[in-house]
Design a protein around this ligand. Structure first.
Ligand code: GLC
Length: 663
């Protein structure tokens, strides 16, 4: 049961797609004040667990910290980080009382979940203009499913997007891409996609190609495709300010860019230098921006990643002016020498929140200051792209994912979780975030495998890939200036071929489970507690997850490990994909176990009485042979395999799938 409460005059975010009747009176849970800003307060039971918040830091159980919904380009995902790239304001309290809360509010919100007072949840924001949805149900899992139905079907990518992809900020020429493809193909490490970061563009201008390095691009796209590779270019939010650049000229002429209060186009510096932001909240501008993607689809491109769409701002002319003024003032007091204290303080003077007050969106007749709808920018940039791609070919699935997002964006694209680091702790964060993101509708997600910032190691990358085998978006990506991170750069590439190969062997199962979750508003990755709600131990496990309906995963996420401890809420079959291509099996009883998992092994656990299909090894998604499947698990069990062409939007009914039996 879902109840909606309206405070003030909420902005229509379009997060919710189902009609929900508005209640009068107060919600059954918590206290609300809405006189001076908005604040929801609830005293939690001692053992209540708080799920949700999608892309957020720290635990699966969010209790014990404070989180901001305030989309931020923050590349240091350290433990104390409070705002990430996304705003997913959905929580489920599970315990003494079990209910869900969705705060549909597009500006900064603070979630204090037992941070100020250990027993108290407060959710607050500056303006009391929002919709609050309160969801009651049989269990946390049931509440999540209701929330998923209320916010609409999750985005479904084409099947090739379930392959493995290589990325790096720094590939500049066709030769660089050819080398990557050759590096993989020559060592028989599977590969379906290579991502094009900002260097493919001319001077970082969206919807352009560097004419020197990417002359005759359609032929290059074709050349790659003939080797089974899709190129996936990046699109950034800011459009470079440059006379004669058609996207800039058209945007200025038609007033499609965000403007300052005085009506001039707002300027923010990002990678290309000065840029304007397309006003993706204005339907006309959104349509225009979405239509630009044709520039690349017409050349054979079938997927995109949208970046810098919090939107990220390095500086503005206003900020530079303020810094210059402050410098002049400082110099006046020090006889012209730059005071060191000024230099130290200058970094702290930069306040991004102020920048977000400098520009406006045109929504219908209304002009809305950006900071009031800040968290909707990445969502609407990706919506622009999805709607544009739909106009290109209505029945075709395109690969599309974004860095910034808000609830509702899950209908248009997936997300990746941004600039993580080559740190062991980020493997675990990746795992926990996946489950939270699934609760918020974001099924097609993944982290930069191997880590974006800092230098990876062979061991870290192999262990992370063994988790990546199970994340829908499986992409190795790293920053400019870091150590080489392509799998073939490390000793014994066969180990990598094996680990990534397991993804392809499991593809029939993984795709089938993803599609069932997407079509039935279910979760692809979920906490153990959702499946074993009465098992007290299962409620506490944060480093193992249920994957689809048949298996549990438990990745290794520590250095020099030979294995790890796992908790089994029921008897399960412990499966390992071994580097020699064979599969080891052992039945383990319910309870705690230490299981050995060598570096290049991929572990999983099959639930009692279940089985899964396994394909033969393949190097591309297209090569995976669904006709020749081996079943592993419990004899006598059956599995219903979902299949479709992986290209079009005409989906099958999950219950009509092919029934596979294990002898
Ligand atoms: C941002 C993105 C990263 C990309 C870089 C350059 O930091 O998060 O993935 O490589 O920009 O485009």
């Amino acid at each position: 049961m879902i109840q909606k409460y309206v405070y003030g005059t909420p902005f229509e975010t379009e997060a919710v797609t189902e009609a929900v009747k508005t209640e009068v009176g107060k919600p059954a849970y918590g206290q609300i004040t809405s006189e001076d800003g908005f604040c929801f307060t609830y005293v939690m039971g001692e053992e209540d667990i708080v799920y949700g918040l999608g892309e957020a830091n720290r635990g699966l159980n969010k209790r014990g910290y404070r989180y901001f919904s305030d989309c931020t380009d923050g590349p240091n995902h350290i433990e104390s980080m409070q705002a990430m790239y996304a705003a997913h304001n959905f929580l489920v309290l599970a315990g003494e009382k079990t209910f869900g809360l969705f705060f549909d509010y597009p500006a900064k919100m603070v979630f204090d979940i037992g941070y100020t007072r250990a027993d108290t949840l407060t959710v607050s924001c500056d303006r009391a203009d929002l919709n609050l949805y309160v969801i009651e149900g049989e269990s946390a899992y049931d509440i999540v499913k209701q929330f998923r139905r209320m916010t609409g079907k999750s985005y479904i990518p084409p099947k090739f997007a379930f392959g493995y992809g290589q990325s790096r900020w720094g590939y500049k020429t066709k030769e660089d891409f050819r080398q990557v493809v050759n590096g993989y193909r020559s060592r028989h490490i599977p590969l379906d996609m290579v991502y094009m970061d900002i260097d493919y563009m001319q001077d970082y201008k969206d919807f352009t190609l560097n004419p020197e390095t990417f002359a005759d691009f359609p032929a290059f796209v074709k050349e790659m495709k003939e080797q089974g590779i899709r190129l996936i270019p990046i699109i950034d939010a800011g459009v470079k300010v440059e006379k004669g650049y058609p996207v800039y000229e058209e945007g200025v002429k038609n007033r499609y860019f965000c403007q300052r209060e005085d009506g001039s186009d707002f300027v923010a510096a990002v990678w290309p230098g000065d840029t304007h932001f397309p006003d993706v909240l204005n339907p006309k501008a959104r349509r225009w921006f979405g239509d630009q993607y044709r520039f690349l689809t017409e050349q054979g491109i079938e997927g995109f990643w949208n970046d810098m769409n919090e939107p990220s701002i390095f500086y503005t002319p206003e900020a530079v002016e303020a810094i210059m003024k402050s410098l002049q003032e400082a110099l006046a007091t020090t006889d012209g020498k730059i005071p060191l204290t000024w230099l130290r303080g200058i970094a702290d003077q930069y306040n991004i929140q102020e920048e977000y007050k400098r520009f406006y969106h045109q929504v219908g007749e209304e002009r809305i200051r950006h900071d009031q709808v800040h968290n909707l920018f990445g969502y609407n940039m990706t919506r622009a792209a999805a709607e544009g791609l739909e106009r290109v070919e209505p029945d075709k699935r395109f690969l599309l994912f974004s860095r910034s997002s808000y609830i509702g964006m899950h209908r248009y694209g997936g997300i990746w979780t941004g600039d993580n680091c080559s740190w062991w702790s980020h493997i675990l964060l990746n795992l926990k975030m996946m489950a939270s993101l699934n609760m918020c509708g974001f099924l097609y997600t993944g982290a930069d495998l191997g880590g974006f910032g800092a230098d990876t190691t062979r061991e870290l990358l192999l262990r992370w890939l063994a988790l990546g085998v199970f994340t829908p978006l499986m992409r190795n990506h790293t920053s400019y200036g870091t150590r080489d991170q392509e799998c073939y750069q490390f000793e014994n590439p066969d180990d990598f071929a094996h680990v990534i190969g397991v993804r392809y062997r499991l593809l029939p199962y993984l795709y089938s489970e993803f599609m069932k979750a997407a079509l039935l508003d279910d979760l692809y990755i979920k906490p153990l507690a959702f499946v074993y709600p009465n098992d007290r131990m299962a409620l506490l496990v944060e480093d193992q997850m249920m994957l689809g309906n048949e298996i549990m995963i438990a990745p290794v996420y520590t250095q020099n490990a030979r294995g790890r401890y796992v908790y089994l809420p029921e008897e399960m079959k412990f499966i390992k994909f071994l580097p020699d291509g064979t599969i080891s099996e052992a039945i383990l009883p319910k309870g705690h176990h230490y299981v050995e998992i060598a570096l290049a092994e991929v572990p999983l656990f099959i639930r009692s009485g279940r089985c899964i299909p396994v394909a033969e090894a393949a190097e591309t998604v297209e090569e995976v042979n669904g006709a020749n499947l081996q079943m592993i698990g419990y004899p006598g069990a059956a599995y219903t395999l979902y299949e479709d062409d992986g290209i079009h939007k005409s989906y099958e009914k999950p219950e009509d799938g092919r029934v596979l039996r294990m002898e």
